[in-house]
Design a protein around this ligand. Structure first.
Ligand SMILES: [Zn+2]
Length: 154
C-alpha cells in the first residue's frame, strides 16, 4: 500500500492560472497528507496574485472536521482583504486506493461559506473532459441569503 499522491492533476489544466492554483493545492496535500487527519489541500488565489493555503482537518466526530477551503479562506482573510478569485482543492488518495490525487469541488457548506465572503469566486473542478473553471454561483445556484449582511458581501 502506498501513500503517494500520484500524478499532479494540475498537468491537465489548460490555463496557467488554474494550473498554478491546482499545483499549489497538490503540493500542499502531497507534503502534509496524513491518513484520516489531512486528506485535502486547497489554495485560493486573490486578485493581487497572492495564494492562500488550507489543509483539511479531520476529526473523531465527523461534523467537527474543517474543510481545506474553509481553512484557506481564513488564511486568506488574515493576509489580505483583496477579492478572492479562484479556488482549487485536491484530494490525496488513501494508501489502499489505486487512483491518483484528484480535484474535488467545494462541498455544499464550503460553497455557502465561500460565496458569503467571495461572491465572484470561481473553482477549478474536474470533469470528463478535464479540469474546468466554474463560477461558484453556478455550482450553488440558489444560495441561502440571510439578513446578517447585504447579499453582495459583508
Ligand atoms: Zn467543504
Amino acid at each position: 500500500m502506498s501513500a503517494r499522491p500520484g500524478r499532479d492533476p494540475s498537468t491537465d489544466c489548460t490555463d496557467p492560472t488554474s494550473r498554478r492554483v491546482v499545483a499549489t493545492a497538490f503540493a500542499l496535500i502531497s507534503s502534509r497528507y496524513v491518513l484520516a487527519r489531512h486528506q485535502i489541500g486547497a489554495a485560493i488565489l486573490d486578485r493581487e496574485g497572492g495564494l492562500h493555503l488550507g489543509l483539511h482537518v479531520d476529526a473523531m466526530v465527523g461534523r467537527a472536521a474543517v474543510c481545506a477551503e474553509a481553512v484557506a479562506l481564513g488564511v486568506a482573510r488574515m493576509a489580505t482583504s483583496a477579492p478572492l478569485v479562484l479556488v482549487a482543492a485536491v484530494r490525496h488518495p488513501k494508501p489502499d486506493e489505486r487512483t491518483p490525487a484528484r480535484l474535488v469541488p467545494p462541498c455544499g457548506l464550503c460553497r455557502e461559506l465561500l460565496l458569503d465572503h467571495a461572491p465572484d469566486l470561481a473553482a477549478v473542478i474536474g470533469g470528463p473532459l478535464g479540469p474546468r473553471t466554474a463560477a461558484l454561483a453556478e455550482l450553488l445556484p440558489h444560495k441561502y441569503v440571510g439578513t446578517k449582511w447585504a447579499p453582495t458581501g459583508p
